[in-house]
Design a protein. Structure first.
Length: 222
């Protein structure tokens, strides 16, 4: 699993990164809110950890920008403040959890595990990119007309639409869409990309999935 850590205290960042990596996570560390937004917009993460007080852009404002752009990645906010108003502000901005410094690393690890196990509360039931709509519950893709999708096609389309404009590797896609299955390998990704391309063509979509077999894929507007 991949985590984005935004913490401006370098020693704290290094310590948290070391423990997360020792626990099996891949970590990208940045040191201000603006860098956190930019990193989140170019890569996909399973969880993000934002300090509230950061230079250039504070954690709350960085989170607001990401939520406004449609990013639903689970976020844990870190703060040195214990006041209830600060917690409310962070939660209202879209945070999923809150930890006050100093905190026990075992608690942070437990919250990450809990958060990545459950369904993300911010994931909407309908997504839109360009003129294309995806109804996740009804498993239907629409533009100038509509077409039904299979369960896996819906999950894959959802992952692309939640990460529009981001370059997604075959392994990242496989780990998110087929994470609970042991009877298939990464070659299944290319097959389902072809399925989705046919479905997008069928509804006269103004978006497309770029990339070829074994390469990274990217959902973009035509």
């Amino acid at each position: 699993m991949k985590i984005l850590l935004a913490e401006d205290e370098r020693d704290m960042s290094a310590a948290v990164t070391a423990i997360l990596e020792h626990s099996g996570y891949e970590v990208d560390a940045v040191y201000n809110g603006l860098a956190a937004v930019e990193k989140a917009q170019e890569s996909t993460y399973d969880c993000m950890i934002f300090d509230v007080m950061m230079p250039k852009l504070d954690g709350v404002e960085a989170l607001k920008q990401l939520r406004d752009s449609g990013d639903v990645t689970p976020v844990i906010m870190l703060t040195a403040k214990a006041e209830i108003d600060d917690r409310i502000t962070g939660l209202d901005a879209g945070a999923d959890d809150y930890l006050t410094k100093p905190f026990a690393m075992r608690e942070l690890l437990a919250r990450i595990r809990s958060m990545t196990r459950r369904t993300v509360s911010y994931t909407p039931t309908k997504l839109s990119v360009g003129a294309v709509d995806l109804d996740i519950e009804e498993q239907q893709l629409s533009c100038k007309n509509s077409i039904s999708l299979s369960n896996k096609e819906t999950k894959l389309m959802k992952f692309f639409m939640l990460n529009v404009g981001k370059s997604l590797s075959t392994s990242i896609i496989f780990s998110h869409v087929w994470k609970d299955e042991s009877d298939v390998d990464e070659s299944i990704v290319w097959i389902y990309v072809l399925y989705l391309r046919e479905k997008l063509e069928a509804v006269n979509a103004d978006i497309k999935i770029e990339g070829d077999k074994g390469e990274d894929f990217l959902l973009a507007e035509k």
